[in-house]
Design a binder for this molecule. Structure first.
Ligand SMILES: [Zn+2]
Length: 421
């Protein structure tokens, strides 16, 4: 699929013409509230933009005086935000929407997922994936960390409002080398990795499905290339049990799949401790879920500067409970937010993910918005261009029909927003 095809399915409901060129003259974008994320929200604020790059951010009256020649676009009673970052999704599982039952067991949920996936054709999966891209856009997400083993869509769409970082996913509890794991990948994924495509990196599925040597080698591969590596970690009690004892429902599941868990030596500790022992954790590691962690493991994450991506609605769907968000934030662990796939979530609306963190975890909306923007970009290695409204960053922003930070998330849940490009 070419990147241009994305626009055929854009939520704007029309086939796009040639991509809109950013205005080369500076333009002053004014709104009731500008939320730069990396500095306090600005009432009656403005952003000066030219050629798709931010030149200045500040109070409207001040910028009006400094940029006398710049025409103004008044966005009225709205809130300007940087585009949202969905730190963890599996677009290639979108066809499973509504087909995998909520379970109280990780192993049962995976069984249900695998059965449902077998019933779908490649065409159905691809169509659902395109619908998901349109849905992400409609609800203000501009940057996506997508776990994928086919690497069929990478990069940006033609009008630059969707930036995808693809993580090619590896499995193999008995696979001892990265080379062997890569040999099993579909051709497009192998090609993208071999070509050194900057927007493609590796994900190892999880510590319970991947050998220690494969975890180490995948980390070495990404470290050498200064890229983020993603891993599902500490998602369920069943995972903790299996890592500590080699037993439980996940062992049964792996035996059914021929992964020979009996030949594998359990590390005898939690997932985060195990990853730390393997030298897997550093600032370019992205640990997804992080529900089953001890206080010591939170400190390990903090010391290693590893990033975390929380997917609270997926955790609730599978019956894993909510992650210790407050403790992670208090320790200074950079926490992004992801939806995970439609196999464990009702939709890909990141504002709804934020609602859970505000309502059920007691996190303030300003903190949650920073998680869904700046920390998401940080954990995908993209803060040089995205994640906040700051001088020299890309103008990838939305306006939400709200008047203050408290009402932004509720309005976003309803899709009351527009793109500013
Ligand atoms: Zn996932």
């Amino acid at each position: 699929m070419t990147t241009k095809d994305i626009n055929l399915y854009s939520p704007r409901g029309r086939v796009s013409e040639s991509p809109r060129r950013p205005d080369s003259r500076p333009v002053l974008h004014r709104a009731r509230l500008v939320v730069p994320i990396t500095q306090p929200a600005i009432e009656d604020g403005a952003v000066v933009v030219a050629d798709g790059v931010i030149l200045d951010v500040g109070p409207f009256q001040q910028l009006r005086r400094q940029w006398l020649e710049a025409p103004a676009r008044d966005h009225g009673e709205t809130v300007l935000l940087p585009a949202l970052v969905n730190g963890h999704v599996h677009l290639d599982l979108s066809g499973l929407a509504g087909q995998v039952q909520a379970q109280d067991s990780m192993a049962e949920w995976i069984r249900s997922l695998l059965t449902a996936r077998e019933r779908l054709s490649q065409i159905q999966l691809e169509q659902a994936r395109l619908q998901s891209l349109a849905s992400l856009h409609a609800f203000g997400t501009g940057i996506v960390g997508d776990i994928d083993s086919s690497a069929t869509f990478t990069g940006e769409d033609s009008d630059g409002t969707l930036v995808v970082r693809t993580f090619v996913e590896l499995f193999g509890l008995q696979t001892e080398s990265l080379e062997a794991a890569m040999d099993r990948l579909p051709h497009p994924a192998r090609k993208a990795l071999a070509n050194g495509q900057k927007n493609v990196s590796l994900a190892v599925h999880a510590p319970y499905t991947t050998s220690a040597s494969l975890l180490r080698e995948a980390k070495d591969w990404t470290r050498e290339r200064a890229r983020v590596v993603s891993v599902h970690a500490a998602e369920s009690e069943e995972e903790s049990l299996f890592l500590r004892t080699g037993k439980g429902p996940l062992r049964d599941l792996l035996e059914e799949g021929g992964m020979e868990p009996g030949r594998w030596q359990p590390p005898g500790c939690g997932a985060v401790t195990y990853l730390d022992r393997l030298g897997f954790l550093d600032s370019l590691s992205l640990c997804v879920h992080v529900v089953q962690v001890s206080e010591e493991e939170i400190q390990l994450l903090q010391r290693s500067r590893a990033g975390v991506c929380l997917c609270p609605r997926s955790n609730l769907f599978i019956g894993n409970g909510l992650p210790p968000v407050r403790q992670l934030l208090d320790a200074g662990v950079p926490c992004a937010i992801g939806t995970d796939s439609l196999a464990s979530n009702a939709d890909l609306n990141l504002f709804k993910e934020m609602t859970v963190l505000v309502d059920q975890c007691g996190i303030g909306p300003d903190v949650v918005l920073a998680m869904a923007t700046f920390h998401g970009a940080r954990n995908l290695g993209l803060t040089s261009h995205y994640g906040s409204l700051e001088k020299n960053k890309r103008w990838l922003a939305i306006r939400v029909a709200a008047t203050d930070i408290e009402s932004v998330i509720a309005a976003g849940c309803q899709g009351a927003l527009e793109w500013l490009i």
